[in-house]
Design a protein around this ligand. Structure first.
Ligand code: MRU
Length: 369
């Protein structure tokens, strides 16, 4: 059974085509965990807003949503200029996750050669394929990741649950289904391996506390939300067997760019000899980049996300409250880069490899220059 929740009427994924056959339904992730709100996107503007405001987020889902953004743009105008403009508009929504550029480039390469009157049908067909491929790829990542969790369980003598630490949300909400880091956890759970997941809250947007905890709760998987700085302490006390995170962009040499704070978790893991794995679909690999720190653009978001915390009060009202002095400056770096040397393995749809050029090329030999 896929990881996505069942809303009672049909299997729910993070993105689906509407019943009208052309608009797109997403789960508005800014409303979780307090409400499950399905939102209809009916135009390029709607899609650009949904990505920028992080109603949809997570590298693979951003790519899939952008593919549908091109579909909606082409319904309005299937001409060359409109295709180019829509591509540029969507590419500018978020800078770091390379899946966005990958999906847009893939769509444009297939659509540009088509006659204008064939483009809308071609766009919807390819967008649906991108979604289907994402689901299959993530399930495969889950199988390979679960093998690592199974080995950790063996190492623990099958005596206690395997403790996995994860950062941000790399679950089915971040992809079309299954997720990447959480796919490994879902498949391990399916196999009957007892688990306990440490969930980093992931300030400032709280994707861990709001989304990962919600996903795990839906699946009945034991978990505990911790503040972002707790991981090192838990590792020092032997309470983490392995870390698994997702990635927004992985270089050809295995550097991993992911949600801010991932790097510090990898440092703590190395210091405590806790294996640190990153789960990613090959659409997240940027084969054009070797040095992640020098070359990956790091999104800087509104400092207000740092200055305020959003939550539900005891009366059920969603409020944003300020947590710092009015006069203080805040900076909001959304991602960081973990150098390949701190990553014990990359979990891809083709298997697990060392975080290195040789490791990646071993799994993806067609990328050999
Ligand atoms: O800013 P976000 O919420 O889009 O960041 C998401 C992450 O950092 C995820 O870990 C990453 O996209 C991998 S998702 C499978």
């Amino acid at each position: 059974m896929p990881a996505g929740i069942d809303d009672g009427s049909r299997e729910r994924r993070s993105i689906v085509l509407g019943d009208d056959g052309w608009s797109v339904e997403i789960i508005d992730q800014t409303a979780l965990p307090h409400a499950l709100v399905v939102r209809r996107l009916a135009s390029l503007d709607d899609v650009a807003e949904a990505i920028t405001a992080m109603r949809v987020r997570g590298a693979p889902l951003i790519g899939a949503t952008a593919a549908y953004g091109l579909c909606l743009a082409l319904r309005e105008d299937p001409g060359d200029a409109a295709l180019k403009q829509a591509r540029a508009r969507l590419a500018a929504t978020r800078p770091t996750a390379v899946n966005l550029r990958w999906a847009l480039d893939d769509m444009v390469a297939r659509l540009a050669p088509l006659a204008a009157d064939a483009r809308v049908a071609g766009a919807y067909a390819r967008a649906a394929e991108i979604c289907a491929e994402d689901v299959a790829v993530n399930r495969a990542i889950g199988e390979h990741g679960a093998d690592l969790i199974a080995r950790a369980w063996e190492r623990a003598g099958r005596a206690r649950p395997v403790a996995v630490l994860t950062h941000c949300n790399a679950g089915w909400l971040a992809t079309v289904d299954w997720g990447t880091a959480l796919a490994a956890i879902y498949v391990a759970h399916e196999r009957g391996i007892p688990l306990h997941v440490w969930v980093d809250e992931t300030r400032p947007r709280n994707q861990g506390a709001a989304l990962t905890a919600w996903e795990l709760g839906q699946r009945g998987i034991d978990h505990t939300v911790i503040v972002d700085n707790a991981g090192g302490h838990l590792m020092q006390h032997g309470r983490v067997d392995l870390c698994i995170t997702g990635s927004d962009r992985t270089t050809a040499t295995g550097d991993v760019c992911n949600k801010i704070g991932t790097y510090l978790k990898a440092l703590a893991a190395r210091d405590n000899r806790v294996p640190f794995y990153v789960a990613l679909p090959s659409t997240t690999i940027d084969w054009t980049i070797d040095d992640g720190i020098a070359a990956i653009p790091i999104e800087e978001r509104d400092p207000d996300e740092v200055a305020r915390v959003v939550g539900r009060d005891d009366d059920g009202v969603i409020r944003a409250v300020r947590v710092m002095p009015e006069g203080s400056a805040a900076a909001n770096f959304a991602f960081d880069v973990t150098p390949a040397r701190l990553v014990d393995g990359l979990i891809t749809e083709r298997g697990v490899c060392p975080a290195s050029r040789a490791g990646l090329l071993g799994l993806f030999p067609e990328r050999q220059a």
